[in-house]
Design a protein around this ligand. Sequence first.
Ligand SMILES: NC(=O)C1=CN([C@@H]2O[C@H](COP(=O)(O)OP(=O)(O)OC[C@H]3O[C@@H](n4cnc5c(N)ncnc54)[C@H](OP(=O)(O)O)[C@@H]3O)[C@@H](O)[C@H]2O)C=CC1
Ligand SMILES: Nc1c(N[C@@H]2O[C@H](COP(=O)(O)O)[C@@H](O)[C@H]2O)[nH]c(=O)[nH]c1=O
Length: 400
Amino acid sequence: MTAPQSAFDPRWLAGLDTLAEQATGLSEPNPRVACRIIAPDGRAFEGHTQRAGGPHAEIVALRAAAAAGADLRGGSAVVTLEPCSHHGRTPPCCDALIEVGLARVLVALRDPNPLVSGRGIERLRAAGITVELLPPEHPLAAATRALNVGFLSRMERGRPWVRLKIAASLDGITALANGASQWITGTAARRDGHLWRKRAGAVLSGSGTVLADDPRLDVRLVPTEVQPVRVLLDSQLRVPAAARVLQPPGQVWVYHTPAQPADAAALRARRAALEATGARVQEIAATPDRPPRTRPRIDLAALLLDLAAREINELHVEAGQRLNGAWLQAGLADELLLYLAPTLLGQGGAGLAQIGPLSALTQGVALAYTEVSPLGPDLRIRAQVLAPQAPAPQPPPPTA
Ligand SMILES: NC(=O)C1=CN([C@@H]2O[C@H](COP(=O)(O)OP(=O)(O)OC[C@H]3O[C@@H](n4cnc5c(N)ncnc54)[C@H](OP(=O)(O)O)[C@@H]3O)[C@@H](O)[C@H]2O)C=CC1
Ligand SMILES: Nc1c(N[C@@H]2O[C@H](COP(=O)(O)O)[C@@H](O)[C@H]2O)[nH]c(=O)[nH]c1=O
């Protein structure tokens, strides 16, 4: 049996992945989407998602067509994500596509947002429009998924996509014994790191890194319209109000654990000092199963739920080995973004991640490399964390 013939010229799909990428650092928390509308006279009009509350990709393309006086009746549209069918911050894009009298719409990826999820496609079809959906293995569908990995994660799993970004020497050292780590990698890797910060809704670090490095954690080596939120995990609010991470630009959210009774007054005072910088300071649950004599730690699962509720799609973690280890150990890290410098820093320094005894993960944390590429003198390695495998079934004991 031959596959049904598509009514869409493959050239109409070309470059839409790159166009959608232009919504990065702009459309948060909305997905990055591109749309191309082809009028029956052959002229094409296109657009990508603008700032949240501003027009979606379809509306930008429709406005361009209207400005050119194009008659779209009987025309076609290609959209990288299913057009919305609900009133969110803006009215439904489906209705706008129906109104101009399009005949055909090609959708690269279904929108898992429960408010849309198939309803957009149904609505277009109900209006008499022929709708095609690309197969999941099509390069444009795959590129749309990769570009919106955080949005899809929030919609499908109810939590952000967590990426641990780590700069290390070839022998896996991230900081010298004296805590110094700036800079291990070269300028190309550091600039690339800012591109990944830009993609994220939030850049997160721990009090250990802030006290050691006084980092800014903003996007400044590449242009961006929107700064990601900076999130700081600081159980006891030890970070001083003068820390650079608390200064403009952008929002800062600081999370701490509930105060012990003896500390309550001091914590209140430290909280007031941080809030005076404009930061939003919030108490969050501590890990339930901390061993005796250790300090309470922020419950990372509870944190992710809170960040998802605040519409964070991609969480970019730039932390030291303790917090990296905690994400991996909790099974909540999705991906490593590793920059490896051609240097050996030797013994005594800190490794990539401090992972404690892995009772449930006897094989360690299993990863799959998704990319290895040179970046100036350094290497960029991306690796996805694989879900822990259930232990292999044991053979039954021999019977007598
Ligand atoms: N090369 C690289 O890519 C990077 C290197 N570094 C280096 O790492 C070093 C700092 O590393 P480190 O001290 O491990 O600091 P981290 O940045 O990993 O922060 C760890 C601290 O975060 C707080 N925290 C809150 N909740 C949790 C949790 N659930 N799990 C773990 N920690 C939690 C704890 O402090 P509290 O009790 O106060 O909440 C903890 O001590 C520095 O030398 C820095 O230069 C840092 C970033 C990147
Ligand atoms: N050392 C190191 C990195 N370290 C990370 O960068 C942070 C500083 O961020 P900022 O103040 O915004 O420039 C620092 O605290 C740590 O998280 N990054 C890299 O790309 N390469 C490097 O060699």
